[in-house]
Design a protein around this ligand. Structure first.
Ligand code: ZN
Length: 172
């Protein structure tokens, strides 16, 4: 289940950055840290031509696959239960493969490559007003990396296991 990480899609994303950079707006940024407080990655959220996009770069153990999600509270205190549940303003169940899904905060798995780095990209959609309201509400938003892969189906968190890193979204 690495639909989001094929070379073609990455190339497309990179091409999009190149050709639309003048119309891309930075919305938010997060520095992810593990439970020891060590920085392990960064996430950026941008808007280009009405579409809100998230990009993540994270370091880890080569060959591992990790679920990641936007969580409803912008608070990262290990073991990161402080970040609350998945960002879910529409009251759906978890997972894009769940008939009752998905959460706004559901994101593709990230695979750590042989160099110890993984990248992932996702679209949060085109409803900018609703997205901004959810991301930048009073208690903020966090991005959380999980120990195991998300199965994209099992409510509420895709069987993705413990929360191993977390970053609070800061509005750009
Ligand atoms: Zn979810």
């Amino acid at each position: 289940m690495q639909l989001y990480l094929t070379p073609a899609l990455i190339a497309l994303a990179l091409a999009g950055c190149t050709t639309t950079s003048s119309k891309s707006t930075n919305l938010a940024y997060a520095q992810l840290a593990n439970a020891d407080g060590r920085p392990v990655g960064t996430a950026t959220i941008t808007r280009s031509r009405g579409e809100t996009l998230l990009n993540l770069v994270v370091s880890g153990t080569a060959g591992t696959i990790h679920g990641m999600h936007l969580h409803a509270v912008g608070k990262c205190e290990a073991p990161f239960t402080s970040a609350g549940a998945h960002l879910n303003p529409t009251g759906h169940q978890h997972g894009k493969d769940n008939p009752q899904g998905a959460h706004l905060g559901d994101l593709p798995n990230v695979t750590i490559g042989q160099a110890g780095t993984g990248t992932a990209s996702a679209s949060l959609g085109r409803d900018s007003t609703a997205i901004d309201a959810a991301l930048f509400d009073a208690d903020g938003t966090a991005i959380v990396l999980h120990a195991a892969a998300d199965d994209y189906r099992t409510d509420p968190s895709g069987n993705s296991g413990a929360r191993i890193a977390c970053g609070v979204l800061t509005r750009s």
